[in-house]
Design a protein. Structure first.
Ligand SMILES: *[C@@H]1O[C@H](CO)[C@@H](O)[C@H](O)[C@H]1NC(C)=O
Ligand SMILES: *[C@@H]1O[C@H](CO)[C@@H](O)[C@H](O)[C@H]1NC(C)=O
Length: 329
């Protein structure tokens, strides 16, 4: 029997050895193409027998929408995505085609949670503005007193792997942790955390809100003026998830009105563009989406995606199928 064919769409940069080892159980091919059309043409001419795709977002194949998924070979069973976020692939359309999709949760927990912690500290202590102040030789001129995060209440929206990793990082600061999910975390977290069944209740109680939810049709712009209105006066917002989950105009308004004392943002709705009103705001900290921009995160993600391919070949199932597909028939 011939080995199943796996196409690598995009580039594996770090786990090269592990990708090579995959050859013992699969025929691994890295198609060379320079456009979405080129990719689809190559697949339909040369790889109609493909069993699985290993896909890196940002490859020249572009987004995997309904039309791209519709042109993939009938026998294709798996698409393993290199990334925790997978808003560039239509997982429902894939499901309808009989394609199971995996992502790489877990591998990004540390990198993203550390980024959220940094943003939280920077927002409360105004460290970005302080650094600017020092670099410009002003040494505390026009630098009002900031705030301590110690003893404040953090509201974690989405207590998954990243939310938990952030919770563990803020506990030593003596912060109180409340969180909102559709359901309480089970098994219960191994740290003190109070579940709020309503987001509004969390927003009313939290001094700092940190967002850890995926971007999809339900969450797009879901954090808007109604949510900012419910937050405490002078609170802080942290976003390391996806820019698109927040209504950016509402955010800018909340910053301008003083509803928010500060914010820490690693993600933006139209990356790589960042709205000028955010770029010019000295009271907030902005980063160019560095959450998983570490060697450890990137290598870990590539390992997870390769392990999903292995599991698909050896056991006929994915280790990290996306939640939208799990349990669906
Ligand atoms: C299909 O494979 C052949 C042989 O490797 C190659 O020359 C051709 O360019 C491929 N087709 C496409 C559309 O890439
Ligand atoms: C996928 O890549 C595009 C283009 O590089 C980028 O805008 C988008 O945020 C990426 N999505 C994810 C989930 O990484």
């Amino acid at each position: 029997m011939s080995k199943p064919k796996v196409l690598v769409v995009g580039t594996i940069l770090w786990a090269k050895k592990e990708l090579q080892q995959l050859s013992s159980i699969a025929t691994v091919i890295s198609p060379d193409f320079s456009s979405r059309e080129g990719f689809l043409k190559d697949v339909s001419q040369n790889h109609t027998d493909a069993f699985a795709l290993l896909v890196t977002n940002g490859s020249k194949a572009g987004a995997f929408d309904r039309s791209v998924l519709g042109s993939l070979p009938k026998g294709l069973k798996y698409i393993c995505c290199n990334g925790a976020g997978y808003d560039w692939i239509d997982v429902n359309a894939a499901f309808e085609r009989g394609i199971s999709v995996s992502h790489t949760p877990g591998a990004v927990d540390h990198g993203t949670a550390t980024t959220a912690l940094y943003l939280l500290l920077a927002a409360y202590r105004q460290f970005s503005y302080a650094e600017k102040n020092a670099r410009e030789g002003r040494f505390l001129q026009d630098f009002p007193l900031a705030h301590d995060p110690e003893g404040k209440t953090i509201g974690i929206v989405g207590m998954g792997g990243i939310g938990k990793a952030l919770a563990r990082r803020v506990l030593p600061l003596g912060m109180k942790i409340i969180y909102h999910n559709r359901k309480p975390v089970s098994p219960e977290p191994d740290f003190p955390a109070e579940y709020k069944s309503s987001l509004d209740e969390l927003l009313a109680e939290a001094d700092v809100v940190s967002i850890h939810i995926p971007l999809n049709e339900y969450t797009k712009n879901s954090f808007g003026s109604a949510q900012f209105d419910k937050m405490k006066q002078g609170s802080v917002l942290i976003n390391t998830a996806r820019g698109g989950v927040i209504d950016q105009e509402a955010l800018i308004k909340a910053l301008e009105s003083g509803k928010l004392y500060s914010a820490g943002l690693d993600v933006f709705p139209n990356e790589p563009e960042i709205d000028e009103r955010l770029r010019k705001n000295d009271k907030i900290t902005i980063l160019p989406h560095v959450g998983t921009h570490t060697l450890e995160s990137r290598y870990g993600m590539e390992m997870v995606v390769i392990n999903n391919i292995r599991s698909a070949i050896n056991d006929g199932q994915l280790l990290n199928q996306v939640p939208e597909q799990k349990g669906r028939k």
